[in-house]
Design a protein around this ligand. Structure first.
Ligand SMILES: NC(=O)c1ccc[n+]([C@@H]2O[C@H](COP(=O)([O-])OP(=O)(O)OC[C@H]3O[C@@H](n4cnc5c(N)ncnc54)[C@H](OP(=O)(O)O)[C@@H]3O)[C@@H](O)[C@H]2O)c1
Length: 402
């Protein structure tokens, strides 16, 4: 590792989220960090480098690596050139596997933004063992999926006794719009529910369970929550899977751990409308032609403009209970969750792997397991708050308009 040319390589810098990630790195990497941009189109990479040089003049010298998902040898040479790879090349089910394979083989740490459970489970089945042998840490879901929940629950259980059963409810409220890549990933995943279930089953069969401890996600029911001070709906995203994987790996989560994940909505009509909307889109997305039409609503490379992003925000509130104690915690930010804050979370995860003292781990690992306290510390410094609440404050009726 010591003789690798770079500390960090960003693959996908020419895309929407990749561009924001490149800008975050340009502003925040330590002066001595050696980093580079990788992508399939040299002219586009040069344009990104020029933009970065306007932010930080030292970026004018950034090296550009040409790599294409369809040419595995180019990904091998990226993986062998660096200690950590960041990738924003998605949908990951379509484009992600060759880079995971290259990093697992080269012993290179890897972070991505996937929220696609089928991809994560497939990568576990195919590369976890190889990565354990090579020493690579493969950390998926290092953005709004799933860092606020994974680290929020980790932060919550640390306030509770670790020798008692623990249950945590997570309630998420957020404002923001999707990019083309996010829309394509979500529609792609909706069209593959059966395949995703089959891969999840294969993973459950293959994965080692914790000894003498039980850990499971619990699908809650829609209800009015006094802690969230909102109507809450169970949210079947990748987040509860990530949270319970952290719980399975770490004894701090207690001898019996359960987690329920909800979307929180201030008003009942909004909650009812959301359920109906998700059901309609989910049903329509089963038809390939309609999926294609929905995908045209936002093209790859496009995403919410700075004015729209400036209105973004998120609050993830957690209620942890154990036999002797109950705590309420919150992870929140006034930044756009899906893009500005995601670029921050992804970049800080990569810098954490590259530069911080961390527990020794390898294989497919979650953010809580691989980075835990060190990443919370970084995110706090970068403006994402992790707080204990004395009692749940009332949500404002609506977020102030900016
Ligand atoms: N979970 C979260 O919190 C979260 C948040 C934001 C984004 N995301 C995910 O991040 C991913 C990217 O989203 P986005 O909106 O930024 O997408 P995007 O703008 O479409 O960017 C995709 C990138 O992939 C590159 N690419 C495509 N095919 C390639 C190939 N064959 N070889 C090399 N590079 C290739 C594109 O390069 P060119 O420029 O050359 O076309 C571009 O740089 C999506 O999967 C999205 O779901 C997740």
């Amino acid at each position: 590792m010591a003789e690798r040319r770079f500390d960090i390589v960003l693959f996908g810098a020419t895309g929407f989220t990749g561009g924001l990630t490149a800008e975050y790195l340009a502003r925040n990497v330590p002066a001595q960090a050696r980093w580079a941009l990788a992508g399939r189109n040299r002219a586009k990479l040069e344009a990104v480098r020029e933009r970065l040089a306007a932010i930080n003049p030292s970026c004018a010298d950034l090296e550009l690596l040409t790599a294409d998902v369809s040419q595995p040898e180019t990904l091998k040479s990226v993986a062998e050139s660096t200690r950590v790879v960041i990738t924003t090349v998605g949908p990951y089910l379509a484009y992600g596997e060759p880079l995971v394979a290259a990093c697992a083989a080269a012993g290179t740490d890897y972070v991505d933004l996937t929220g696609e459970p089928e991809f994560v489970d497939k990568m576990y089945l195919r590369y976890h063992q190889k990565a354990k042998e090579s020493g690579a840490r493969l950390v998926h879901a290092c953005g709004f999926d799933s860092i606020p929940y994974d680290l929020g629950v980790y932060f919550t259980v640390k306030q509770l006794p670790s020798d008692q059963p623990i249950h945590v409810d997570g309630f998420i409220r957020a404002g923001g719009r999707p990019s083309g890549g996010t829309l394509a990933s979500a529609l792609g995943a909706m069209g593959r529910l059966r395949q995703a279930q089959a891969v999840a089953k294969a993973r459950r069969r293959a994965e080692e369970k914790p000894r003498d401890r039980s850990v499971r996600p619990v699908a809650g029911k829609p209800h009015r929550s006094s802690v969230a001070q909102a109507w809450v709906l169970p949210m079947p995203t990748i987040d509860p899977q990530i949270v319970t994987r952290s719980a399975a790996a770490l004894d701090e989560y207690g001898p019996r751990f359960t987690y329920s994940h909800y979307a929180a909505m201030k008003r009942l009509p909004t909650a009812v409308g959301t359920v109906a909307g998700v059901a309609v889109v989910g049903t329509l997305a089963q038809v390939p032609q309609i999926r294609k039409l929905l995908g045209n609503l936002q093209k790859p490379g496009e995403g919410p403009d700075p004015q729209t992003r400036a209105k973004g925000w998120f609050t993830a509130r957690f209620h942890g209970t154990s036999a002797g104690r109950s705590v309420i915690t919150e992870v929140s930010s006034d930044g756009d969750p899906g893009y500005d804050e995601t670029a921050k979370m992804l970049s800080e995860s990569a810098m954490c792997l590259a530069f911080d003292e961390l527990p020794s781990t390898a294989g497919q690992v979650t953010t809580a397991v691989a980075m835990g306290d060190a990443l919370i510390e970084r995110l706090r410094k970068a403006g994402i708050s992790f707080t204990m609440l004395e009692k749940p404050p009332t949500y404002p009726p609506s977020r102030p308009r900016r």
